[in-house]
Design a protein around this ligand. Structure first.
Ligand code: GDP
Length: 306
């Protein structure tokens, strides 16, 4: 809770400042306040569609309750956003249980463009799982960057997880195959496969991810059990675009939004979880292991509009 509040400090301060300006000199929530509120949400990276849904809900409330005091606006906003996001959560219920599937490990494929925090997120998840008594294998299938393999190794050693790697430039699908085979032979619980995130060639990305999927299924028929897309929250609107592009290239089943500390763009998580009908599973609010938190819409929104 403490780290969530600290991590979202800039976003919260940004929103508070905008909210104060939106209601300046007004005691009643009227058309003008609602217009200001709309602008505030859009400029806070909540996204246009999600903003309009939120405004609509508040308008309904204004017409129902007749007189709404601007001093209540922050708590009303909080309630309406939580209600909106929990609707979406029911729609997209999806297990991310890391439970071993019979004789097979639970397989997570991690995708995302370089620099978003993919390696760090994998390391943090592996640490958590190892600490919880699960045996984790990590596959270094981003074979295009030597640094990515080295960095993953550092995290794997720290977490006590096994890393499976080949030389730089080798076939990512082959690394994935090796990782699943080794993990299965060892009776491991979870496999996490890192992939190269190159978006400049959509067909290339699609082909590569499809190939990795197909090869993994030779070892574990229902792999991957989860496809986790990592997005950098500080890029705001860019994160929406990446979510769209990766969803077009492969079936993404959950999201991690990183680097929410040090940015005022935390609103992006609200828009993304509402728009994409893909659940946000993790948020990153710092560089330490405990700074990767399991996303809970209620505590997130409560921390953002405190
Ligand atoms: P990759 O290229 O996607 O694998 O990205 P990395 O995992 O190497 O991360 C890029 C940089 O972002 C590193 O310096 C990380 O420490 C940093 N980073 C990752 N997640 C977070 C986060 O939640 N908060 C902050 N402040 N930094 C992060």
């Amino acid at each position: 809770r403490q780290t969530l509040d600290q991590g979202l400090e800039k976003s919260r301060e940004g929103l508070l400042g905008k909210l104060t300006r939106a209601v300046a000199g007004k005691s009643k929530v009227d058309e003008e306040v609602l217009d200001n509120l709309e602008e505030m949400l859009i400029t806070s990276d909540v996204g246009i569609e999600t903003t309009l849904r939120i405004i609509e809900r508040i308008e309904e409330r204004v017409s129902r309750d007749k007189y709404l005091n601007t001093s209540e606006l922050s708590s009303i906003l909080r309630e309406e956003i939580i209600a909106l996001l929990s609707e979406g959560e029911k729609k997209s219920e999806h297990g991310f249980l890391f439970e071993k599937q019979g004789d097979n490990p639970f397989v997570v494929m991690v995708v995302g463009v370089n620099g978003v925090g993919k390696t760090t997120t994998i390391g943090k998840i592996a640490s958590r799982l190892q600490n919880a008594g699960k045996r984790v294998y990590i596959g270094a299938a981003d074979t295009f960057r030597a640094a990515a393999i080295d960095q993953l190794e550092v995290w794997a050693v720290r977490a006590g997880a096994k890393l499976v790697k080949q030389q730089m430039g080798s076939d990512p699908a082959s690394v994935a195959f090796d990782t699943l085979s080794a993990a299965k032979a060892a009776g491991a619980d979870v496999v996490i496969i890192d992939t190269a995130g190159r978006l400049h060639n959509k067909v290339g990305l699609m082909n590569e991810l499809t190939k990795i999927r197909n090869v993994m299924q030779k070892v574990v028929p229902d792999a991957p059990n989860e496809v986790l897309l990592v997005l950098d929250g500080s890029t705001g609107q860019n994160a929406y675009e990446q979510a769209r592009q990766f969803s077009a290239a492969t079936q993404v089943t959950s999201l991690a939004v990183t680097k929410l500390d040090g940015t005022a763009k935390g609103g992006v998580v609200i828009g993304i979880s509402e728009r994409m009908s893909i659940p946000v599973r993790y948020i990153g609010v710092g560089e330490k292991v405990e700074d990767l938190q399991i996303f809970d819409s209620r505590s997130f929104v409560e921390s953002l509009f405190r």
